[in-house]
Design a protein around this ligand. Sequence first.
Ligand code: PGA
Length: 251
Amino acid sequence: MRTALVVANWKMHKTVAESLAFAAALGPALADVRGVEAAVAPPFTALAALQNALAGTSVALAAQNAHFEKNGAFTGEISVAMLAELGCRYVILGHSERRALFAESDAFIARKVRAVQAAGLRPILCVGESDAEREAGRTFDVLRSQLEGSLAGADAARASELVVAYEPVWAIGTGKTATSAQAQEVHAAIRAILRELAGGLADAIRIQYGGSVKPENAAELMSQPDVDGALVGGASLKAADFVAIVKGATR
Ligand code: PGA
């Protein structure tokens, strides 16, 4: 049985003060919620404040990105050790915005996956097809090549710590969501590919759905057998909405 994982991906939203206000509402609201894991991925600037504010709560901390080198002349980048020091348990990698806007390739992402695993943190690897790719019937080919490329050289022994987020690009920030049947079909296919790569450990890998997840559709999406939580953008910015989505993921 996989415990569902629901992650708030704030993207480039919230100052430190706004992050602290969110944490003050979140901790108590989730105090009695069992059977689901929640995490918040704020901008890097709010990680330290949230590490303190969420200490003693069940809410984990995630980063939105990391560089694969340990240190060096990489202006503007953040290493995995820096994130570990701030108590991050998860690192989101290969988000479609990073792939599209910052030209991150599968090979580049694979180096990050390896660095995150080597430091004992858990990658949340994002994959997903565009509208045009789905229309052209290429969804499963695209996912296979993203998974194989981004997981090249990954530590198979740590496979059960890996999280994959299926985020169809056409559903991100658009208000369009995959139906629960569409999501389940793709999640099952992703798990089959993961089984080729990681054998029986694939059954322990959590596969999140992401793309316009809201309180109204969360429970239905996460009732599917291979949908093990959600990566939530827009609806994670309001504590009450995020709490409702987390509660909808309880198993
Ligand atoms: P959304 O974003 O929930 O606003 O669609 C999801 C994501 O990009 O992780």
